[in-house]
Design a protein around this ligand. Structure first.
Ligand SMILES: [Zn+2]
Length: 69
C-alpha cells in the first residue's frame, strides 16, 4: 500500500479474512478494460458505513473502486 489509509477503514479491513481480501482485490470491475481485474496500489477509506477501496487496475493503470458494505 502506497497511499494514505484511514485507521478506521484499516481496522475494518483487518477483520476480513485474508482469503476474502484476496478475492475482493482480484474481482474488481474495471470500466476501462470492461472486465474484472486485480486492484493494485490501493488505499481505503470509510464513507458513511461502507469501506471504500480505491486503487489502480493491474492491466491498464486506470483508477478502480470497490465498495464493501
Ligand atoms: Zn483496466
Amino acid at each position: 500500500m502506497s497511499q494514505v489509509t484511514s485507521l478506521e477503514a484499516e481496522k475494518i479491513w483487518r477483520t476480513i479474512p485474508k482469503a476474502t481480501q484476496d478475492s475482493i482485490l482480484k474481482s474488481v470491475w474495471c470500466s476501462h478494460c470492461r472486465t474484472s481485474t486485480t486492484m493494485i496500489d490501493y488505499s481505503m477509506e470509510m464513507i458513511k458505513s461502507s469501506l471504500i477501496l480505491t486503487g489502480k487496475c493491474q492491466s491498464c493503470d486506470q483508477v478502480v473502486r470497490r465498495v464493501i458494505d
